[in-house]
Design a protein around this ligand. Structure first.
Ligand code: PEP
Ligand code: MN
Length: 294
């Protein structure tokens, strides 16, 4: 096989190793060669061993919205609550999030409902104080290569979801994980959320092949976000189930108690009852895959 092109028919394991070895030479701490797998404990969930099912709205909007949504997703079997307080919007005129007020609502809701909470950080100046309100931080697709932000979250003791940049290769993504690990924070969870392709029917093209590929390359857990990955309600359930079968360690799904009035991403939020039906299938399929395919 040519190491330069990677084109091969019938690649041997040895050739495959040489190929990835060349490409992935700077992936040191994140490399599968350093350890088999990383397990990250949040609340009662051991991510990397147990299945992580994150659900909640795109943005935190009000106490009532969070309470209704969180109660429903918890009853449906979600084990983590999401909600954005700082929103990275394409337009500066779109809803930017409630900031501190949103974080307080997220924290209170999580505590009352009994779910750990995750939120996105956009700015290095916010990282340390945001940590006081949440169990997990998220770096969004638009900030995957914001190296100062990666270093800042790498200095915290909070687990970090690192979303794949919408234009990024697996190698670039793993180098970004490496930035966080290199600062001393070993708790990184990768999240595939769709990449930009020529396709316009879907919001992004969800790259499910990233799951087994990432598992060959790194010991870090990987979850799937079928919501931003497809941008279409009808595609979220089948892609969630496909993610389970692909071997993903979890899912992050946007759910809103009343999507018609959502302040961001209203067209892609599941209603609580849609999520409940899907969550039941997710848990059944996860149990099946663990028994028969693991
Ligand atoms: C989100 O999860 O709220 C989000 C903004 O996702 P992404 O960074 O993948 O667009
Ligand atoms: Mn969203």
């Amino acid at each position: 096989m040519s190491v330069e092109t990677g084109i091969s028919t019938g690649t041997t394991a040895h050739e495959n190793f040489i190929f990835t070895g060349e490409r992935m030479k700077n992936i040191k701490l994140a490399s599968r060669e350093t350890k088999q797998r990383t397990i990250i404990e949040v609340g009662s969930v051991k991510i990397g061993e147990d299945f992580l099912l994150i659900a909640g709205p795109c943005s935190v909007e009000s106490e009532e919205q969070m309470m209704e949504t969180a109660t429903a997703v918890k009853a449906a079997g979600a084990n983590m609550l999401r909600g954005g307080a700082f929103k990275p919007r394409t337009s500066p005129y779109a809803f930017q999030g409630l900031g501190l007020k949103g974080l307080k609502i997220l924290e209170k809701t999580g505590r009352e409902v009994g779910l750990p909470v995750v939120t996105e950080v956009l700015d290095t100046r916010d990282v340390s104080w945001v940590c006081e309100y949440v169990d997990m931080l998220q770096i969004g697709t638009r900030n995957m290569q914001n190296f100062s932000l990666l270093k800042e979250v790498g200095k915290t003791k909070k687990p970090v979801i690192l979303k794949r940049g919408m234009y990024s290769t697996l190698e670039e993504w793993l180098n970004c994980a490496e930035y966080i690990l290199n600062e001393g924070n070993p708790q990184v969870i990768l999240c595939e959320r769709g990449i930009r392709t020529f396709e316009t029917y879907t919001r992004n093209t969800l790259d499910l092949s990233a799951v087994p590929a990432i598992k060959e390359l790194t010991h870090l857990p990987i979850i799937i976000d079928p919501t931003h990955g497809t941008g279409r309600i009808t595609l979220i359930p089948p892609m969630s189930l496909a993610a389970v079968v692909s071997g993903a360690d979890g899912l992050a799904i946007e759910v809103h108690n009343n999507p018609e009035v959502a302040l961001s991403d209203k067209e892609q939020a599941l209603r609580p009852e849609q999520f409940a039906k899907l969550a039941e299938q997710i848990w059944q399929l996860r149990a099946y895959t663990m028994e028969h395919l693991a």
